[in-house]
Design a binder for this molecule. Structure first.
Ligand SMILES: [Zn+2]
Length: 51
């Protein structure tokens, strides 16, 4: 009976590199934001897990 704490995925904007927290869609699934709040780009790169 172990439960791994969930952490939101982070996504970096491909245009301006600003990091956004992923939007939680379900139990263990996150998606990038629709648009970058800084440059309005729709392209994001998922960041690798961080300590
Ligand atoms: Zn951006």
């Amino acid at each position: 009976m172990s439960h791994v704490p969930e952490r939101p995925l982070l996504f970096a904007c491909a245009e301006c590199s600003v990091v956004h927290v992923g939007v939680r869609e379900s139990e263990d699934h996150y998606r990038p934001p629709d648009h970058c709040s800084v440059c309005d780009s729709e392209t994001f790169t998922e960041l690798p897990d961080h300590p």
